[in-house]
Design a protein around this ligand. Structure first.
Ligand SMILES: C[S@@+](CC[C@H](N)C(=O)[O-])C[C@H]1O[C@@H](n2cnc3c(N)ncnc32)[C@H](O)[C@@H]1O
Length: 268
């Protein structure tokens, strides 16, 4: 399915075209507006096809889910839940971006559901979130709008700005800008996840929506052209670095590795 030249739904794991519809049981206005914006058909009932995907509003929150028979947990962008669940660990991402710095600007080139962007904004960075998949961008826009009015997270979400487009285009638009981003961060979809089975299950829905990110090396090249201080790439622990360029160093944990490409030292 293509919307405005963008791939909205990629092939499912079994190779057939996943079907995405807006489930609007009550004919509500927000769903009508979203259907018009994304050019996606609406249905009043969800069917039983386990491959079908549905976007719908649940308690004023936009979610992506499947048929109820799959018992798969729907996906939404919920920064309040993330804030509540957050257990401060080793903060590897903070180390990878070079620590807390006043006024740090970060482009998250592959924003996805905005979890890493929220962490980055929580470290005090001003974060621009690039997301090219229009459905994921709609989930993000909805999560950001709710976050802006939720007292627990509003101050962090105020540091987050969505650019619903491909990172290559956004980064190229910054070439020669007087204030390039200090850091560009990339977390491209990886085909074989080294993460736990549970996380894998949670991510299955997301995977069937966005597919693999085959052009990540291209984004890395654009990032290296534009970033001022460093580019950081998230990888599974034992994966090869992104094609094209080996990092200067890496920050590694049990479940994740951050490959760091330093460009210009930060001022002390
Ligand atoms: C693995 S997910 C990122 C998850 C994210 N780090 C988080 O914490 O929720 C990758 C996302 O990047 C998006 N993406 C991949 N390549 C992109 C590109 N070149 N420009 C913009 N978005 C891209 C995909 O659509 C997908 O939503």
């Amino acid at each position: 399915l293509t919307v405005g030249g963008n791939n909205v739904v990629s092939m499912s794991e079994r190779g057939d075209q996943a079907l995405l519809q807006i489930w609007n049981a009550t004919g509500d206005e927000a769903s009508n507006a979203l259907a018009a914006e994304l050019g996606i058909a609406q249905v009043s009932r969800r069917g039983d096809n386990p491959d079908s995907l549905y976007l719908f509003y649940e308690n004023d929150c936009l979610v992506l889910g499947r048929s109820p028979s799959t018992r798969e947990k729907p996906v939404a962008v919920d920064f309040v839940a993330q804030q509540r669940d957050h257990h401060r660990g080793k903060e590897l991402l903070l180390k990878a971006i070079g620590g807390r710095r006043a006024g740090l600007t970060v482009v998250d080139a592959t924003a996805g559901l905005g979890r890493d962007s929220y962490l980055l904004a929580g470290y005090g960075a001003h974060v621009t979130l690039c997301e090219r998949n229009p459905v994921v961008a709609a989930l993000l826009a909805d999560g950001l709008a709710r976050g802006r009015t939720a007292p627990e997270v509003a101050d962090v979400v105020a540091n987050m700005r969505l650019q619903p487009l491909a990172a290559q285009a956004y980064l190229e638009s910054l070439a020669g800008a007087p204030l390039p981003p200090d850091v560009v961060y990339l977390d491209p979809m990886f085909p074989e996840s080294g993460k736990s089975a549970l996380v894998k299950k949670e991510m299955r829905l997301f995977h069937s929506l966005v597919g693999k990110d085959e052009d990540a090396a291209e984004v890395l090249a654009a990032a290296l052209d534009v970033a001022k201080h460093r580019v950081v790439v998230k990888r599974p622990p034992h994966a090869a670095p992104l094609r094209g360029k080996a990092p200067q160093f890496a920050i590694s944990g049990k479940a994740v590795r951050y490959d760091v490409y330093p460009l210009k030292a930060f001022a002390k």
